[in-house]
Design a protein around this ligand. Sequence first.
Ligand SMILES: [Zn+2]
Length: 87
Amino acid sequence: MVAELSVLTEWIPEQMEPGTVFVLENAGEVGENEDPYWAVLACPSCGTLGLITRRQVAGLIPVLCGSSQCSAHFVLRDESVLPRKPN
Ligand SMILES: [Zn+2]
């Protein structure tokens, strides 16, 4: 798992390597009002793309990889990826 996030300012799918985050152009407008989708994150472990919410970007709730072949579980803190141990 990579330990640092890299932020893309332009949507370039080929550059969505593991640990890359791209803030949505309509961040905050889709998903739940309380915790809308905010960014696309390439899983720091396997690179699977997934939507993450504002609270996940802020590190308030952990992110679980959406791939069934990957059990990455981590918290974002500033631009770092902090792995979470399974409870
Ligand atoms: Zn993954």
